[in-house]
Design a protein around this ligand. Structure first.
Ligand code: HEM
Length: 400
């Protein structure tokens, strides 16, 4: 059965035939029941994301009402992802430059080192996969920022920061309950304090140190900068977890690279590992295009405008179907299938707010999958209990 609407499509077992039909037959249309305009074709998605009057927040509501007036709202309101105009542009320039400077090989090594400090705590493959998806990418970003990750006497890395980031990310969802929001406020408080305390002493070869130095020259409030350091961990959280999970689902269905298991002969293992990882990188890139973790985003009209030849009004909202653009059968002019004209997977967005972490995200996802396979998690065994976490925009498997 096809999904009933583009929101239900996000967590549907196979939404892609539906998306293909929408992209072809209703490239830009009004969905009365949802009260939204819907951009579905590659061309419409691109036009909306590049339109100057299409903003990331409703102009009258910079922070969702549930978060307004507390520390979680303060953090939310400072994020580059949630701002337009000058507040966005100067920060984005800094972030783009810093993210582009990340040595992806070194990031891979850091993720592998951190993974070695995460013991397998559960014999259940599903629980283990759920835990790693939401932990290893965030911890690696914290480490890249130059923040200190605690270890216990056995050398095990504390996963506390990843727990707080996941809790805050959940509180930002429109589906958050009052209890989720309350937990999100506590998480925002802890994250703000922790990053604030460690900002000055952050490792001098880390991203945060470099970001603070540039921000000083650009006269940006250091509190805004530290909020956006937290923002990098938040952005890395759910979407990367979805990419890991969707890759595990693909591996479960189709099989895939042989990745050496822990405990083998080290010399041979390294060779197998690297050959397997090359395949995993390609697989992750394909999953990002064809079973994307971020399926849609939204834009809000700041003025009356014309979108895709249709007049729209100030205050209107547009649901932008990145996943439908990715499956648009008529996007033939695009050099790479399932990708933006610039060749990036649609799931990373495009235009002013396009994701600056796309390359890092794919490395982190491949490393996380690789390490799970090495710990003996068998993707085929995860499929029996596959369902998707409730979400209006992210496709994240939840393995039971
Ligand atoms: C698979 C993982 C990821 C996916 C699918 C993803 C996707 C996206 C999308 C779609 C946007 C734009 C939203 C919009 O235009 O409405 C975005 C923005 C952003 N992403 Fe990612 N992202 C991922 C991982 C990451 C990582 C690992 C980082 C950094 C460590 C990151 C940093 C950011 C930032 C800072 C923004 C805000 C950019 C702006 O508003 O100008 N993302 N991401």
């Amino acid at each position: 059965m096809l999904p009933i609407d583009p929101i239900a499509a996000v967590t549907h077992a196979d939404p892609y035939p539906y998306y293909r039909d929408l992209a072809r037959q209703h490239p830009f249309h009004r969905h009365d029941a949802l009260g939204l305009w819907v951009a579905a074709s590659a061309q419409a998605v691109e036009e909306v994301l590049n339109h100057p009057d299409c903003r990331v927040r409703p102009p009258a509501q910079p922070v969702p009402p549930a978060l307004a007036g507390n520390v979680a709202g303060e953090l939310f309101g400072r994020l580059v992802r949630m701002n337009d105009g000058v507040n966005h542009a100067s920060l984005k320039t800094i972030l783009l430059r810093q993210m582009a400077g990340i040595d992806l090989g070194a990031a891979r090594t850091r993720a592998r080192t951190l993974a070695a400090g995460l013991p397998r705590v559960d014999s259940d493959d599903g629980h283990e996969a759920n835990r790693w998806m939401f932990t290893l990418p965030v911890l690696t970003v914290a480490d890249l920022l130059g923040l200190p990750l605690e270890r216990d006497g056995d050398g095990h890395v504390s996963t506390r920061v990843a727990g707080f980031v996941t809790t805050f990310a959940a509180a930002m969802s429109p589906l958050a309950t009052p209890a989720d929001v309350e937990a999100g406020v506590a998480a925002a408080r802890w994250l703000t304090q922790w990053v604030g305390e460690h900002a000055a002493g952050a490792s001098s070869d880390g991203l945060l140190h470099a970001m603070l130095a540039v921000a000083g020259e650009a006269d940006i409030d250091p509190a805004v900068l530290t909020a956006n350091a937290i923002g990098l961990m938040i952005q890395a959280c759910e979407a990367t977890a979805g990419l890991v999970g969707n890759t595990l689902v693909r591996l479960g269905r189709e099989g895939g690279p042989e990745v050496g298991r822990d405990g083998g002969h080290e010399g041979r293992l390294e060779v197998e590992r690297d050959a397997g990882l090359g395949n995993l990188d390609a697989l992750v890139a394909d999953v990002a295009r064809t079973d994307p973790p971020v399926q849609n985003t939204r834009r809000f009209l700041a003025a009356d405008a014309t979108l895709c030849g249709v007049p729209v009004k100030a205050g209107d909202a547009v649901l932008v179907l990145l996943a439908a653009a990715s499956h648009d059968p008529d996007a033939v002019s695009h050099a790479t299938r399932h990708a933006t004209p610039a060749g990036k997977p649609w799931t990373f967005g495009t235009g002013r707010h396009g994701c600056p972490g796309d390359a890092l995200a794919q490395v982190l996802a491949a490393c996380t999958v690789e390490r799970l396979l090495q710990r003996g998690v068998q993707p085929a065994r995860l499929l029996g209990t596959l369902r998707y976490r409730p979400s209006m925009n992210a496709r994240i498997p939840q393995f039971e």
